[in-house]
Design a protein around this ligand. Structure first.
Ligand SMILES: C[S@@+](CC[C@H](N)C(=O)[O-])C[C@H]1O[C@@H](n2cnc3c(N)ncnc32)[C@H](O)[C@@H]1O
Length: 159
């Protein structure tokens, strides 16, 4: 399976970079993982609704440009569907079984995702009703993808 994770903005924190690199390395035997970063827009406090929409639209265009037309798209959304790790594992297994070998996960920028990106999405995935920083979300997501492959292979992994 070829997995792409599209994210907005440059990852700055060293501890997050190291954590992500570790899980990408561990995923090596199971899947090809491509981390695709797109540029963010400046989003100062006190932006009007219209300005916020504009920021999301510009970031959204860059996100859409990274999505392969054949790819199954899973957008990370606070209001999306909440799954157990086992259910996410089954989802990825089902996608592979039914010939969807390209899967793209999308994490929004600081203001979230544009309507156009949400329209392109095949599934909205929520990690809880809490708001996580988008940069931390990358690490949490890549760990859950790794966990999913371990579950699907029936391989031991700490609980
Ligand atoms: C700082 S959050 C954006 C917050 C924005 N107010 C919104 O409602 O989308 C940045 C991105 O991280 C991801 N994210 C943050 N918390 C999440 C959660 N609990 N479940 C799924 N994705 C989450 C989403 O992709 C979101 O677009």
């Amino acid at each position: 399976m070829k997995i792409t994770i599209v994210t907005v903005g440059k990852l700055k924190e060293k501890y997050l970079k190291q954590g992500i690199q570790e899980y990408v390395k561990r995923l090596g035997p199971y899947a090809s993982i491509d981390m695709a970063e797109v540029a963010d827009e400046k989003a100062p406090e006190n932006l009007s609704e219209a300005d916020m929409k504009e920021v999301k639209n510009k970031e959204g265009e860059r996100i859409l440009a990274k999505i392969n037309p054949d790819s199954y798209v899973i957008t990370l959304e606070i209001e999306g569907k909440q799954l157990t790790s086992e259910k996410l594992a089954k989802k990825l297994d089902d996608l592979a079984t039914y010939g969807k070998s390209k899967v793209t996960f999308v994490i929004g920028g600081s203001l979230g995702l544009s309507d156009e990106v949400l329209k392109r999405s095949d599934m909205g995935l929520s990690f809880s009703k809490m708001t996580f920083p988008h940069q931390l979300m990358r690490l949490v997501l890549v760990e859950q993808i790794y966990r999913a492959f371990k579950i699907n292979r029936g391989e031991p992994y700490h609980k």
